[in-house]
Design a protein around this ligand. Structure first.
Ligand SMILES: [Zn+2]
Length: 176
């Protein structure tokens, strides 16, 4: 599996992306984020959730400040596949960061879990953008475990789990 690679200038605008970016976008219904539509745009236009933005911003600042390569493990799941990912941030020069996202391994998600971003409803679940866990009764758990914990009738009644994006305490701690 090739890495998705893109480059950011100091304003966090996307300067370039590799071919794998388009392949990944198209595989994941990302017609709005194919190459032509993202070049020159701020990366943060494409990151949903204030705490997730702060998390990524923090990583980028750190890479620039220390001027050294840094890496982070995270999850980028689809409804039926857990994708274990690594992000590497490499300062190429003072004005250019290279970001590489690589799939390390995949596992089947059973049962599959569908989410929808629902910032306006009253009690959305919180989903960690880094490890993809969901907060349920004070515990951050796998989405498939949440589905199993819910009564079957309520699972049948919904198309997707309503979430807002967050970063869980474990992932925040790993940033320190
Ligand atoms: Zn997390």
């Amino acid at each position: 599996m090739n890495s998705v690679v893109y480059w950011l200038n100091q304003a966090d605008e996307i300067v370039d992306v590799n071919d794998e970016w388009d392949n990944f976008a198209l595989d994941n219904d990302g017609n709005e984020v194919v190459r032509d539509k993202v070049i020159g745009k701020p990366l943060f236009n494409f990151i949903v959730g204030e705490s997730t933005r702060m998390f990524v911003d923090n990583l980028l600042r750190r890479a620039r400040l220390r001027y050294q390569e840094t890496h982070k493990f995270y999850r980028c799941d689809s409804p039926d596949v857990k994708r274990f990912m690594e992000m590497r941030i490499v300062p190429e020069d003072r004005d250019l960061l290279r970001l590489e996202h690589t799939i390390i391994r995949r596992e089947v998600m059973t049962p599959p879990v569908y989410y929808q971003y629902s910032p306006t409803i009253k009690h959305p679940y919180r989903r960690c953008s880094i490890c993809n866990k969901v907060l349920h009764q004070s515990v951050w758990c796998e989405g498939s475990d949440l589905i199993r914990a819910l009564p079957q009738s309520s699972v049948d009644a919904i198309d997707a789990i309503d979430v807002i994006y967050h970063v869980c305490p474990t992932c925040i701690y790993q940033l320190i």
